[in-house]
Design a protein around this ligand. Structure first.
Ligand code: CUA
Length: 416
């Protein structure tokens, strides 16, 4: 038995050694669900190692003890030995039961949602993942799912087109995402679910695990598990959105108007209207000089406090091109707090905070955003997004110029 323990230990050490360097390891659990699976896996592993040890020990003993020697007599024939027949029927049956009971238990336990679980929609698209938070404020994001640590979640999984499969090995088992079918009236829509509680802060890699087309192999995702405070801050920032920041001159003008309104009380304005023309002229002249003076101060203030850098100018240009509908970006994409409200492609709110673009395939840098906007099909064959020269899905090529693409990339990267 000592040998079997040693063998088991060696085996486990070997296996855990595989866990560290690989971000999609299924034996480095970080959620309660993944821990349950790991425990089960470990139990079954011990059983199989025990069986292996017994078989080897008995086999070795027999090979040595009963090896053929010169002049050995014919060995005793024990075909049909009742005791042995019963033993090797009952023992394996008991082992199967010992494995089946915890397996079935785990299966049922992990299918039961926590009543306080936060529902998050996980939607597969060719070739990206969408995440929606219907129980918060309807927040939407893509390819990077954010979850608070130690809070039970219920992932409601479905697909917008073909079969996909959601799999983040460190957080639990995989689940197919299938297109929702019409159900008879009164019946519930059949979603697939994963119920789990992430237990570690960190970023966990996932992968579409069902062949879904040309770019299936590069349909990745990340799950960012963070503290409740960080998560709440992200939700608040998301809802605040990216409303257009008024340009410096506009701020100055607004301030000026406010100042003027404060400077001339309403009664005085009313009185002015009844004053003879010459007095009015004099008064407005006075106002005008005041006007110019304060405008000077205001514009100087604005220049001092918000210098418009070349980078900011590029971002402003990108915002303008994006929001104007040139290139067709807003037909598919939404940015919270702006007029862009497309729902076909990924929601781009807080895009600058994501670590990757193109469903985990490219690092999120302005250069890669330029590459992606210019020719998405070169990076992800079969993608629905059109490029500068190549149409995508039902959409014509965007026809954006190089400068416009660079400006849009700067704008998108600034959404943080
Ligand atoms: Cu989506 Cu494979």
């Amino acid at each position: 038995m000592r040998f079997s323990r040693l063998a088991a230990l060696a085996g486990v050490l070997l296996l855990t050694a595989c866990g560290g360097e690989y971000p999609q390891s299924s034996i480095a659990p970080a959620s309660d669900f993944a821990h349950r699976i790991q425990d089960l896996y470990f139990q079954i592993f011990l059983w199989t190692m025990g069986i292996l040890a017994v078989v080897w020990i008995v086999l070795t003993y027999i090979l040595v003890r009963f090896r053929e020697k010169p002049d050995s007599p014919e060995p005793e024939q024990i075909h049909g030995h009742l005791g042995l027949e019963i033993a090797w029927t009952i023992v394996p049956a008991l082992i199967v039961v010992a494995i089946a009971v915890p397996t079935i238990q785990t299966t049922f336990d992990t299918q039961t949602p926590d009543p306080d679980a936060m529902v998050v929609d996980v939607i597969g698209h060719q070739y990206w993942w969408e995440f929606r938070y219907p129980e918060l404020g309807g927040e939407r994001t893509a390819n990077e799912l954010r979850l608070p640590v130690d809070r039970p979640v219920a992932l409601r999984i479905w697909s917008d087109d073909v079969l996909h499969s959601f799999w983040v090995p460190q957080l639990g088992g995989k689940r197919d995402a299938y297109p929702l079918r019409a159900v008879p009236e009164g019946d519930d829509t059949k979603y697939n679910w994963i119920f789990m509680t992430p237990q570690e802060v960190g970023t966990f890699m996932g992968q579409c695990a069902e062949f879904c087309g040309q770019s299936h192999a590069i349909m990745g995702m990340r799950v960012v598990v963070e503290s409740q405070e960080d998560f709440d801050a992200w939700v608040a920032d998301w809802n605040e959105g990216h409303a257009e920041v008024p340009a410096a001159e506009e701020i100055a003008e607004a301030e000026l108007e406010e100042e003027l309104q404060e400077a001339i009380p309403i009664a005085e304005v009313a009185a002015l209207q009844d004053t003879p023309q010459d007095v009015q002229d004099a008064a407005s002249q006075e106002d005008a000089s005041q006007d110019t003076a304060s405008q000077d101060t205001a514009s100087q203030d604005a220049t001092d406090s918000t210098p418009v850098s070349a980078e900011q100018a590029l971002i402003d240009e990108g915002r303008q091109v994006f929001q104007s509908g040139l290139g067709g970006c807003i037909a598919c994409h939404a940015v919270q707090g702006t007029d862009a409200a497309g729902v076909i492609g990924p929601n781009l709110t807080l895009l600058g905070r994501r670590s990757t673009i193109a469903a985990g395939w490219l690092e999120n840098t302005p250069e890669n955003l330029v590459r992606w906007i210019t020719a998405p099909q070169d990076i992800k064959p079969g993608v629905l997004m059109p490029g500068v020269d190549v149409a995508g899905g039902n959409w014509p090529a965007t026809g954006l110029t190089e400068d416009q693409v660079r400006a849009i990339a700067a704008y998108l990267h600034s959404l943080r």
